[in-house]
Design a protein. Structure first.
Length: 343
């Protein structure tokens, strides 16, 4: 390889690195702006000075309750849940080399949802119990899907098909529980299934925040291996990657984040589905889009929640707004994959 070729490759890498840093910084700035908007906007718009005083612990009539009890938990839930959904969805899509292979499509969130609806409609459990049950059910669902897809060798196509089948079965079970459940329990179950930031309290957030802070570095450190897994099983193995060990670490990390995020906010539709493709288009190739995908998830959830609260005469949960964004993209993706002969 000539010196000119090496210089050309190095220049291309620097250009891609600059693009990655610029996109990541812009997404971070946008997320901070949306976080500020979540704290500022409401039935009453308070001065920035009063909001800062309330956040510092000073008691101000009206302001302290609105900011610390309503707006701050809502903002933090959207921030960390959006990041978890975006990062986990991108991990599954990249690792399994298929844009349909995200937690919403292959049944992981449905597993969490069954447990939550069962606790709400049958056992009338507390919110803490609902969260614990939905996390356990999400982990159990992914374990069943992974074991069934193994066979003699791991198969991406088999995993997706089994996941879609299990999702259909779990969705049918959710429908049955809603049909036989007591009438007074149905609204709470529907609100949870829609995905909402309403009514979240600060004491409910530590498990989500701690999980994201623990597992984000794990996924980020494995980002290089994640890119190699995208080349295929044989190529990754030949490059020295322990594919099973790496895949299990990525799956466990992603499922823990997605399950606890789902337990906290409900399954916010299509956030994990949209974040990876959007981040990939913004960042381009050559560098991991793990962190940008998480930031895209944050921006999607916060922006959708603001639109759902203030853009219409009636207030809509965040899951409805992300569903409006995601459904057309899913149809477009299916049409494009069908034309390419992938489906």
């Amino acid at each position: 390889m000539t010196t000119h070729s090496i210089a050309y490759i190095a220049a291309g890498r620097r250009q891609r690195q600059r693009r990655w840093m610029l996109v990541t910084c812009l997404l971070t700035v946008l997320a901070l702006i949306l976080c500020c908007a979540m704290l500022l906007l409401g039935n009453t718009i308070y001065p920035v000075r009063d909001i800062l005083r309330a956040l510092s612990g000073e008691e101000l009539k009206g302001v302290s309750f609105a900011v610390n009890t309503v707006r701050l938990p809502r903002m933090l839930a959207g921030l960390f849940a959006g990041f978890a959904f975006g990062l986990a969805g991108n991990t599954f899509q990249t690792m399994l080399r298929n844009p349909l292979a995200n937690p919403n499509v292959i049944g992981i969130t449905s597993g969490s949802s069954v447990a939550a609806v069962l606790c709400i409609t049958v056992f009338h459990s507390s919110r803490a119990t609902i969260s614990a049950a939905s996390v356990a059910a999400g982990l159990a669902t992914v374990l069943v899907i992974y074991v069934l897809s193994r066979g003699r060798a791991f198969s991406i196509g088999r995993l997706i098909l089994i996941g879609i089948g299990i999702q259909a079965m779990l969705d049918a079970l959710i429908s049955y529980l809603l049909l036989v459940g007591a009438q007074q329990d149905i609204p709470a179950a529907i609100r949870w299934l829609t995905g909402s930031l309403n009514g979240i309290q600060l004491y409910e957030l530590p498990p989500l925040i701690i999980t994201v802070l623990i597992f984000t570095p794990v996924v980020a450190l494995l980002g290089k291996h994640l890119s190699l897994l995208e080349l295929g099983e044989q190529a990754a193995t030949s490059l020295g990657i322990h594919t099973d060990r790496t895949r299990i670490a990525l799956i466990v990390s992603s499922v823990c984040m997605i399950a606890i995020a789902t337990a906290t906010t409900g399954p916010i539709a299509f956030t994990s589905f949209l974040s990876g493709p959007i981040a990939k288009r913004l960042v381009g190739v050559g560098f991991s889009n793990v962190i940008p995908a998480g930031l895209v998830g944050v921006n999607l959830v916060l922006a959708a929640d603001l639109v759902g609260q203030f853009a219409f005469q009636y207030r809509f949960p965040v899951g409805i707004m992300t569903g409006i964004l995601g459904a057309p993209y899913l149809i477009f993706l299916l049409i494009r994959m069908n034309r390419k002969g992938v489906l």
